[in-house]
Design a protein around this ligand. Structure first.
Ligand SMILES: [Zn+2]
Length: 180
């Protein structure tokens, strides 16, 4: 199983290199990244996060697994929305991050075909979060607010700390976040 690199680490700040075409090692890496993402209950993972500075991303926001090569955003809606995000490489932190509400992405699939995606909601957030990783950018760089999360497995509803409750609620919304 691939190990997920934790912040701070140089590889998380490197700009990843594009691939000319999907070769066998890239396809294998995408499979291994998907395995690591699911094991960590994530909704997205970029190759930087497993120590490889290549433009490879896996995403599954609940609509099935996407394995993406050289993903790029080709159009951004002007409208900005703020949501709660976390990152598998930054355990214990969440933040409020402004993102484009809708984006259009172009990416190569493992079979070499180039496909276009229109994304909004969690899918749009995941795309922006993961492509940021490929450029060495982390959600904490963009966050307007960052806070610590408790790593307790069960959520304590009786916690008098309202912040805790708010982030627990947000977590359900942005479960991806926690696991990106
Ligand atoms: Zn991340």
């Amino acid at each position: 199983m691939l190990e997920i690199v934790k912040h701070p680490s140089d590889i998380l700040r490197r700009k990843a290199e594009p691939l000319r075409k999907p070769n066998l090692s890239a396809r294998r890496l995408l499979d291994d990244m998907a395995e690591a993402m699911y094991a960590a209950h994530g909704v997205g993972l970029a190759a930087n996060q497993v120590g490889v500075a290549r433009r490879l991303v896996v995403i599954d926001v609940g609509d099935g697994l996407l394995k993406l090569i050289n993903p790029e955003i080709v159009r951004r809606d002007e409208e900005i929305v703020e949501g709660v995000e976390g990152c598998l490489s930054i355990p214990g932190l969440q933040g409020k991050v402004p993102r484009h509400r809708r984006v259009q992405m172009r990416a190569m699939l493992p079979n070499g075909r180039v496909e276009w995606f229109d994304a909004e909601g969690l899918f749009a957030v995941a795309i922006q979060h993961e492509i940021d990783h490929l450029d060495g950018v982390l959600f904490i760089d963009r966050a307007t607010e960052v806070w610590e999360t408790t790593d307790e497995p069960e959520e304590d509803e009786s916690d008098e700390d309202s912040q805790g409750e708010a982030s627990a609620g947000g977590q359900r919304d942005t479960q991806a976040a926690e696991t990106r």
